[in-house]
Design a protein around this ligand. Sequence first.
Ligand SMILES: Cc1ncc(COP(=O)(O)O)c(C=O)c1O
Length: 410
Amino acid sequence: MDLPLHGHRWPVLRDEMMAMRANDLDWKHGRHGAYVWYASDELEDVLREAFGMFLVENGLGMRAFPSIARMENEVLSMVRGLLSGDDETAGIFTSGGTESIFLAMFALREWAKKEKRGVSRPQVIAPHSAHPALNKAAFMLGLDVKRVPVGADFRADPAALEAAIGPNTVGVYASAPSYSLGMVDPIPALGAMAAKHGLWLHVDACVGGILAPFVRECGYEVPPFDFSVPGVTSISADLHKSGFAAKPASTVSFRTRAHRDFARYVFDDWPSGTYASLTFTGTRPGGAIAASWAALNFLGREGYREIAAASMRAKERTIAGLTAIEGVQVHGAPPLYAFSWAAPGVDMGAVAGAMARRGWLCGQTTSPAGIHVMATPVHESSADAYAAAAAECIAEAGAGGAASQQAQYS
Ligand SMILES: Cc1ncc(COP(=O)(O)O)c(C=O)c1O
């Protein structure tokens, strides 16, 4: 397509854009297993309006926009409270989990340069379940990652990780929860291990960080994973996932301001003076900060508790429907709203393919083979239909009537 000579009228373009959506996934009715965290039309309207109000403002230029600076500080302060931080805890508002993890690994690398002088190529050890954003960051930053098999419960195995520590190991990475199987790693044991060996422990709570405290308030047991656990150095927690804010929005918080300052980049050898930044990105969307601030204040503790309760009801109803199918099992005991299930002896890739043909976008897991579910409030009303479709697809795949689909995340 070439740039049109004459611009088109907006109503014409809007209609065309609406039409383009025809084949998109129906996320409003829980047909999605990934990518979208949607709670209600009411919240969507708030996010759209808040984002639109600050559409043009740039989060790079805080001296121009005290409004954005205030909202960013308040968002980081609210997140700090949710993660059991204190006055020393310092955060950064980022564009997503990947940037939050990148900045944690960047800070870790700079910290290691100062604190681990004998290390030539720093290494981070992680359970096999860690999100690829870890390796992406390590690839860009010149770090090594050593992935270690998880335990029989699909969580990080502290003894195996400790055995993997070598002379170049500077950090440990764990999840709360892991994306694929929804497991919260044993953070207290990993924190003790990190403290014992003088390592930086990053907790990837991109999925759990904002909502897990409310799942706990609803009476569910969620293992400790935040700054209340000694040894935790940094935590990534996405606002655009379980914070139900607008994309792109995440946070990375550090136990102390000194830890956070390792993520600062400063440059001044160019014609426009000092460029100092705590983020990977330069220009930053003011709208994302504003929409996050609006989401947190619009929902409040009560709103998040309702979302947590609805997400857990959605998970339980989905699991009840699935496990009523002969042989179907959930992998392990995931404490939050993410989990994976399988019908042993059936090609789960074929089941996922059959589900996709029926309009259900399913993430797949490979070790062990299964289908991933990220339950959100909209999945409560789709749970029964999902389980009914799963039963049909298992039968179809079991009878060899469905082609196997490769696991694919992005
Ligand atoms: C556990 C976990 N960490 C990190 C990420 C990366 O987040 P993003 O896609 O926002 O960059 C994800 C994304 O799903 C995730 O589930």
